[in-house]
Design a protein around this ligand. Sequence first.
Ligand SMILES: NC(=O)C1=CN([C@@H]2O[C@H](COP(=O)(O)OP(=O)(O)OC[C@H]3O[C@@H](n4cnc5c(N)ncnc54)[C@H](O)[C@@H]3O)[C@@H](O)[C@H]2O)[C@@H](O)CC1
Ligand SMILES: Nc1ncnc2c1ncn2[C@@H]1O[C@H](COP(=O)(O)OP(=O)(O)O)[C@@H](O)[C@H]1O
Ligand SMILES: [K+]
Length: 485
Amino acid sequence: MQRVTSSTVADLFDVAGTRMLEQAAAATLPPHTLMQRAGLAVARLAMAWAPHARAVWIACGPGNNGGDGLEAAAQLQQRGFAPVVTWLGDADRTPPDARASLERARAAGVAFAESPPATWDLAIDALLGIGASRAPDGAMARWLASMHAGAAPVLSVDVPSGLDADTGRLTADPMPPRAHATARICLSLLTLKPGLFTAQGRDAAGEVWLDDLGCDASGAKPAARLAGAPPLHARLHSSHKGSYGDVAIIGGAPGMAGAALLAASAALHAGAGRVFAGLLDGRAALDASQPELMLRDPASLDLSQMTAVVGCGGGAAICALLPRVLSTARHAVIDADALNAIAQDAALKLLLEARGRRAQPTVLTPHPLEAARLLDTDTAEVQADRPHAAQRLADRFGSTVVLKGSGTVIAAPGERPSINLSGNARLASAGTGDALAGMVGAAMASGLPAPAAAREAVWHHGHLADQWPADLPLTASALARGGAR
Ligand SMILES: NC(=O)C1=CN([C@@H]2O[C@H](COP(=O)(O)OP(=O)(O)OC[C@H]3O[C@@H](n4cnc5c(N)ncnc54)[C@H](O)[C@@H]3O)[C@@H](O)[C@H]2O)[C@@H](O)CC1
Ligand SMILES: Nc1ncnc2c1ncn2[C@@H]1O[C@H](COP(=O)(O)OP(=O)(O)O)[C@@H](O)[C@H]1O
Ligand SMILES: [K+]
């Protein structure tokens, strides 16, 4: 059993891939072995996580996820706990593995009840796993709502019920955000699923653990992956500022110079050799506390040897500069207003596609609304399947795509998407996206290929937020400078 952290490197399998692995593993093992392993793993995690829990409520659904819960109940009962099971199954239609576990739970003396106990110290959600086919309703929805409204911790078996394991979309919302932030933990079985890590998945699942049930996952094709912490890049003694590349920040229209300066500061602090600020607001002055930045007229910059970070605070004025940037920049990071301009202009779309065909490294950094505009759809559709939306954009424009938000997805043509697990909602404040664009620019200027540059910068950006002292505000300018102090 392994806890997943922002540093974990792991393959993620969708429901189809997980089913394939489950069938292959079950074929080599005696009947009911996998469910017995699953139930034991659930019981062990429950005992380790809530060792003092006296009243354990295990809510079991009609299928094999419920079977895991019944098996865990039998295991807990045998270890001196007194679980109470509420089971939504129908004895005639219970799948064989779950039926075997039901019999084991009964034989162990587990208490069954029609409705949840009056109070509980730990709730185990074994209602639905990867077989969920519709939104929970009726008693299942009521049980989920009371489980997640209570103060006691919740352990979800395999997947939080109501969450789509492939996409992280909640099919119903039995799990409103809670002020008292009751602990949630999820034990994913056999494989890790993408939906646990993006969209609403992180809130629904809480801390994620994996038990592979002793099975080898090499037989199925992963749908995505967790890229984990990037390697350390040591600097050679013989290197010089030219070794780390030039970044040109192009944006900062009147009234929005701050966005471009944030990106510039972030690129500088992330290690770019030289950073030029090509501000669209000709009257804007540079921040005197950052004399390293060089102010330039954007039209005067020769981008052919530079990484251009374009769009931060760009306003409508960025449109006029985009044809030159897209045609000439050696590397490009396209953010914010530049993305919106491209979404509205067929000629700019052609230029972006042409960069892809020329294999000129390009990273697009949309938040969900910007991604929706580029895909000519709406935010809800993007959020309903973030990995798919990011991959569509990457394939459409021949670019690396960073789809921002909880569980940022990084996609590139011909690669499996990866999901980043560093970062938290303290990043939900103005300007943090500009800082990220600058960091991606610095990583590309240092010579990393676009997908690696994107993954590494996204991880570092989130990691800074994870390390941020709880008593200090997280501001984009401090983030751009690389930390709170
Ligand atoms: N077969 C096995 O030996 C193993 C099964 N495993 C467990 O089995 C789960 C998959 O089992 P299943 O394929 O039976 O699927 P589930 O138990 O996730 O759900 C399928 C059952 O729920 C019903 N259902 C679906 N959506 C519903 C809804 N909204 N409201 C009410 N009922 C609904 C279906 O009609 C079916 O009866 C995994 O998530 C995992 O927990 C793991 O223990 C690995 C081993
Ligand atoms: N809830 C969240 N959890 C993790 N990261 C988040 C969350 N909300 C925002 N972020 C991150 O903060 C940054 C915000 O970027 P963006 O939306 O472009 O904001 P801005 O335009 O104000 O800079 C992105 O890197 C995004 O992934
Ligand atoms: K579940």
